[in-house]
Design a protein around this ligand. Sequence first.
Ligand code: BYC
Ligand code: FE
Ligand code: FE
Length: 473
Amino acid sequence: MLELDAKIPNNVDLSTDRKLQRALESWQPSFIDWWQDMGPEGFQQDNIYLRTAISVEPGGWANFDYVKMPDYRWGIFLAPPSRDTIGFGDNMGKAVWDAVPGDMRKELRRIIVTQADTEPASVEQQRLLGKTAPSLYDLRNLFQVNVEEGRHLWAMVYLLHSYFGRDGREEAEELLERRSGHADSPRILGAFNEPITNWLDFFCFTMFTDRDGKYQLAALAESAFDPLARTTQFMLTEEAHHLFVGETGIGRIIDRTTDLMQQDKNEDVRNLGGLPLDMVQRFINKWYSLSLDLFGGEDSSNAAAYFALGLKGRYKEQGGRYEDHVALEQHYTYDVVEGEKMAQREIPMRRAMNLVLRDAYVEDCERALRKWNSICKKKGIAFEFTLPSERFHRGQGVFSATHFDPSGNMLGNDVWQAKRDDYLPSEHDVAYVESLMVAEYEPGKIAGWIAEPKAGINRQAFDFPYVRFANQE
Ligand code: BYC
Ligand code: FE
Ligand code: FE
C-alpha cells in the first residue's frame, strides 16, 4: 500500500508495524538535525524546483514542484517484487529471503552500513557548493542530488531498523555521527573523506564516484535478500540523474573551453576565464583513481563470500551479461607488482568479483570519454581525454604500494614527487578553478567557464527560475 501522507511516506506498510514506525519516527528528528548541520549551507528557506518520489511505477514516480529542502518528503520505497528465486552463488534456485538468515547477519549488516555511510558523506562533502553555483539550473541539480542522497540514507536505515534489531538501530545512529574528513570519526570509504571544494570536483564526483554507486547498487539489486534487492533497484532510478549531472557537467565544461579555444587558437583559455582541458584531465585522473579504490581489492575473500552466499552479484548478473551464475570453474588473470617488475596472477573467479564489477564500471567510463572526445573533435580541437591506467594513484589493492604514471609505467618515489603535479590537480590548479567559482543566481544566466545545458529540467527552459529565493518573494 502507498502511504504518501504519512509522516514517513512509504510503500512498505509502515503503519501496520507500530514498533518499527515509532523507531523510524524517533530517528527522523536526528536526521533533520543532521541535515540542518551538515546539509547544504544556506538555501534552507528557499524554494527549490525538486522532484519527489511518490510512487514506484515506471515513469510515474517523479513529481516536480517547489519545495524547501527541510520539507522534502524523504520516503521509503521498494521496487515491486520481481524475483522468486536466488539467481547466483551456492544458493541459486532456492527461494529469495524476506528476512536475514542468522548466519549472514554480520556480512549483510556490513554491506548495508558501508552503502549507507556513503550517502550522508556525499551531502557533507558538497555542502558549500551552493555558494558558487554557475547557474540556477546547476544549483537546483546540486540540491536534487543532495536530497536524494538523503533519501538513500533513509532507504538503508529502513533496512537496519527493520531487520537488524538493536544493532541496526545503533548503526543508524552512528551514520549520523561520523563525518566526512573528520580526523577521529571519518566516513568508512576513502573517496568519501576527500574535500569537494569546487564544481569541477563536483562534476567529477557525480561522474565517477556516483557511478561506483550505480555499479555497487546494481550488484546489490541482484541480492538474495529481497528487501535489499528491491530498495536498491529503486535507488538506481534516482542515481541515473546524478550520473547525468556529472557526465553532462564535464561535457558542458569541455564545450565551453573548446568554444573559447576556437575564438583564439593561440590564446591560453585562462586569459578568457575558461578551464584548460589538461587541467580537467588532472581532475579526471584524481576522481577516477579514487573511485576505482571503492571497488576494494582485486583479490577479495569478502567478495567471494558475498557472491557465494548470494548477497552481492555482478553487474546485470540476471540480466543476460553472464551465463555461468555459479562461477566455480573459471579463473581471472590480472596484473600485480613483483618487486621492481610487473607480473600476472591467476585467481578463482569468485575471489575476483570486485575486479569483475570494476571492469563493467571502466567500460562505462570509457563510453563517456568517447562522448567528451567527440566534442573536441567536432570543433577541430586536437585534444584527447584518456582514463589513467588502473595502476595510477591507487590507495587500495595490488598497486597501492607503488607509484605509476597515468600510462601505467612504474615510477620511483623521487620521479613521482617531481611529476605529481603533471598528473593530479596541483595547488595552482585548485586555486585557479576556485578563482572562477562565482555564483550566478540570475535565471537564464551562466558563469563563463561552462556552457548552458542542451535542455532544462522536466522540459522547462534553461531560464526557468529553478530556485526562488525566500528574500526575493
Ligand atoms: N576505502 O576485501 P577487500 C555510493 C577495506 S558509492 C577504505 O578488498 P571488499 C555513492 C575493506 O572494507 C557505493 N577502505 O574489500 C556514491 C576491507 O576492510 P577490512 C557504496 C576500503 O570488502 C556517491 C579491506 O579494505 N557502496 O553509493 O571486498 C554519492 C579489504 O578489502 C576501501 C558499497 O561500497 C576504500 N576505498 O570491498 C553517494 C557497497 N576499499 O575488512 C553514494 C557495499 C576496501 O580489512 N560495500 N576497503 O576492515 C562493499 O561491497 C565492500 O565493502 C567494498 C569493499 C566493495 C567497498
Ligand atoms: Fe546514493
Ligand atoms: Fe548518487
